[in-house]
Design a protein around this ligand. Structure first.
Ligand code: SF4
Ligand code: SF4
Length: 230
């Protein structure tokens, strides 16, 4: 019959329309579905009914661990009263070299004797040009630059607010561990393994069996493109 497909489509739309209101009524006694963590979890699962869009910005969907937005720089834990600690970045410049749109600018620090200092004096990223590809994080040999979860960066001032400087970019390791716990743990395990292998190479009694990464950590690094086997 002509038009049957249209009628079926309209029935689906009508079902979602009605279910949206039923869902509203269902969660009314628990504070409503827009401001209720439990209801939000159901709406993000396959068990959801009704409209699956959310009332942004009042209601926000949480992002997955591998979500990536404009990068930040990892530092050690901050001293009391400080926002961040010692830079992990050694100012090697690899990230700036591999960045496809060339939106990273680094000025290396200098020691009092004039020799280069392995930390950046200035570090800028133009977030209007950054395309969140993650190359900088993939290539950084020191795990010092990571992709962030903070996607609310719009502002009326694009001349200065969109050039992130070192102050804006620096965040402590604990922040990275809170946004990407699995990857941070796998990277820490890989670093520890590398360090212990280095120690063994130096040691004279090298009979001990070399430590290895757990299968779970190997898999996490593999998915992130950072594991190439032992
Ligand atoms: S690749 Fe890593 S260590 Fe090198 S300059 Fe970039 S952030 Fe710093
Ligand atoms: S995410 Fe990509 S575009 Fe953005 S700074 Fe890193 S390498 Fe450059």
């Amino acid at each position: 019959m002509y038009g049957l497909g249209i009628l079926k489509g309209m029935a689906v739309t009508m079902r979602h329309f009605v279910n949206t209101y039923l869902d509203d009524i269902k969660w009314m006694s628990q504070g409503g579905r827009y401001y209720n963590d439990e209801a939000l979890k159901v709406r993000q699962s396959l068990a959801t009914t009704g409209a699956i869009t959310v009332n942004y910005p009042e209601e926000k969907l949480s992002v997955p661990e591998r979500f990536r937005f404009v990068p930040f720089l990892v530092t050690d834990a901050p001293e009391p009263g400080q926002l961040w600690g010692h830079d992990w970045c050694t100012s090697c410049g690899i990230c700036a070299k591999v960045c496809p749109p060339q939106c990273i600018w680094i000025v290396r620090g200098t020691q009092p004797n004039g020799r280069p200092k392995p930390e950046p004096e200035q570090f800028y990223i133009d977030i209007d040009i950054c395309m969140n590809c993650g190359f900088c994080a993939e290539f950084c040999p020191f795990d010092a630059i990571k992709l962030d979860h903070d996607y609310e960066l719009a502002s009326y001032d694009r001349t200065t607010a969109h050039i992130h400087d070192k102050t804006r970019l620096s965040k402590p390791l604990s922040y990275w561990q809170s946004t990407a716990p699995n990857k941070a743990e796998a990277e820490a395990a890989a670093r520890n393994l590398k360090e212990s292998l280095k120690g063994k190479r130096k040691s004279k009694d090298g009979d001990e069996e070399a430590p290895s990464l757990s299968e779970e950590h190997q898999q996490e690094l593999y998915y992130q493109g950072a594991y190439y086997g032992s």
